[in-house]
Design a protein around this ligand. Structure first.
Ligand code: TGC
Ligand code: FAD
Length: 392
């Protein structure tokens, strides 16, 4: 793979709107990605292997629980810093950002927001250092966009719960030490349970042959009469709103992350177009290529402003689910379109692993599907502005 010469576009001087702390966090993450992720990521993606050696570095830069308070081992940062960290990591690879998103927003967040004090003390500090890794089990083979229909069930056996069912498409499951699992009790009410690796009847087979997120480990969670201690139930919230509340946080991070992937594709295409000569001049001098580049920087700038305003609203506790949906949907769609255009600008070179674009493009096919598909987010906006749900 070519050396990482990335230079971040900032067409509207958005840096002026960031605090010194935001810029410090962002620049430290950017340097770490250049040093640790860029040199190895293509090789791991080609081999479809998760680079586990990155876990301790991710913890060190504060990517595990950036906004979780320091008393529980988190970095105690604000939501804009969280977003910037996700942006920079996804600039390197969406799969590595996935690992950080899941650990922060889908494992640490539910334990922090819905867990008992004992659960917070037991799990959060170890999750923040990466000593313990987690995954989040909501999707099932028969229930993806419609998680409320889940079939995974637990029964109260007096001194423990008995868990049965299966989850599919679970990021980090093949190596996670714990899983935050969403299951229905005998009354059909959804609760979160912390299931630990090693519990009898619990297995996590890996899903192979992915063309997307190849440097991320994806798998199943299978529960066959798993005895879960009663103290592992998250007591703070139940109902479908509990897992959906975690998705708000992860979708917010993805809205920023997608900007990173788009910036990397744009920056690569711009540099290539200035260097590559055809018909006696750089291809950047042809109107058709300029149109592509001009549209890319326009869309990236709009996405940056959307994410920043959403971050301000999140910091103030005012961001709504529908606002988060709009940003996730828009920014991922923007990124995947830029990846497709950028790939074409590199001609034949664009399909090789010498450049990051095709890997981003394939990764974004997962990002546009997980955490709510492109269609589902449109329907969330539709329901919000009309007051009428069109899901069912
Ligand atoms: P609906 O009737 O709309 O809502 C059920 C209850 O939940 C409440 N609620 C929320 N609460 C908190 N936060 C939110 N974002 C909420 N959205 C809804 C709602 O108020 C209601 O509460 P109550 O008290 O009235 O019962 O539910 P529905 O069954 O009609 O479904 C709505 C729909 C389709 C929008 C929702 O289910 C959905 O978002 N589907 C998409 C599923 C999804 O996003 N799955 C993601 C799985 S995790 C993942 O992909 C991780 S990838 C990570 C990585 O690798 O980076
Ligand atoms: P379906 O729900 O079957 O949707 C198929 C198609 O139908 C989509 O185009 C969808 O938009 C459309 N559709 C569905 N319902 C409607 C409707 N009402 N109106 C109009 N169109 C509709 N899940 C987790 O729980 N944890 C994870 O860590 C996790 N990681 C993932 C990692 C990867 C790499 C991938 C690919 C997925 C991951 N997921 C995870 C699952 C992900 O959230 C689901 O794939 C996603 O929610 C869509 O569900 P589905 O694949 O079952 O598609």
């Amino acid at each position: 793979m070519k050396p990482d010469l990335f230079e971040a576009p900032d067409y509207y001087q958005i840096d002026d709107l960031l605090s010194d702390e935001h810029k410090l966090v962002r620049d430290a993450t950017r340097q770490w990605v250049k040093r640790e992720v860029s040199p190895i990521i293509e090789d791991f993606a080609q081999r479809a292997e998760f680079p586990k050696q990155l876990l301790s570095g991710l913890a060190e830069i504060g990517a595990f629980g950036p906004y979780i308070p320091e008393e529980y081992g988190g970095a105690g940062l604000d939501q804009i810093s969280y977003g910037l960290i996700m942006q920079e990591i996804e600039r390197g690879d969406s799969g590595i950002r996935s690992t950080a998103s899941v650990q922060s927003s889908l494992v640490m967040y539910p334990i922090f927001a819905y867990g008992s004090e004992e659960q917070k003390k037991k799990y959060l500090p170890k999750l923040a250092t990466g000593e313990m890794m987690g995954c989040f089990g909501l999707t099932e083979p028969n229930h993806g966009s419609n998680p409320g229909g889940m079939e995974t069930r637990f029964k109260d056996m007096g001194d423990h719960y008995l868990l049965n069912g299966a989850k599919l498409w679970i990021s980090n499951s093949p190596f996670a030490d714990i899983a935050v699992v969403w299951a229905k009790n005998e009354e059909g009410r959804i609760h979160g349970l912390i299931v630990e690796r090693g519990m009898d009847g619990f297995s996590t087979p890996e899903t192979h042959n992915k063309w997307s997120l190849r440097a991320s480990a994806t798998g199943e969670l299978i529960f066959s009469d798993v005895k879960v201690p009663k103290e592992n139930l998250l007591p703070g919230k139940n109902g479908l709103g509990a897992p959906l509340g975690c998705l708000d946080s992860a979708r917010y991070g993805i809205a920023w992350g997608a900007i990173g992937a788009a910036m990397d594709c744009y920056d690569t295409a711009l540099r290539y177009a200035k260097e590559r000569t055809q018909f006696g001049k750089p291809i950047a001098g042809f109107q058709l290529q300029q149109k592509k580049l001009a549209e890319m920087i326009t869309e990236i700038t709009k996405a940056q402003l959307l994410a920043l305003r959403l971050g301000q609203l999140k910091n103030e506790g005012k961001a709504t689910t529908a606002q988060i949906s709009m940003a996730k949907r828009n920014n991922v769609d923007m990124a995947i379109k830029i990846a497709r255009e950028a790939r074409q600008m590199l001609g034949g070179m664009g399909i090789t692993g010498e450049y990051s674009i095709m890997r981003h493009m394939m990764n974004l096919e997962s990002v546009i599907t997980y955490e709510g598909t492109h269609d589902i987010h449109l329907l969330i906006t539709g329901a919000d502005i009309t007051g009428i749900q069109a899901f069912k």
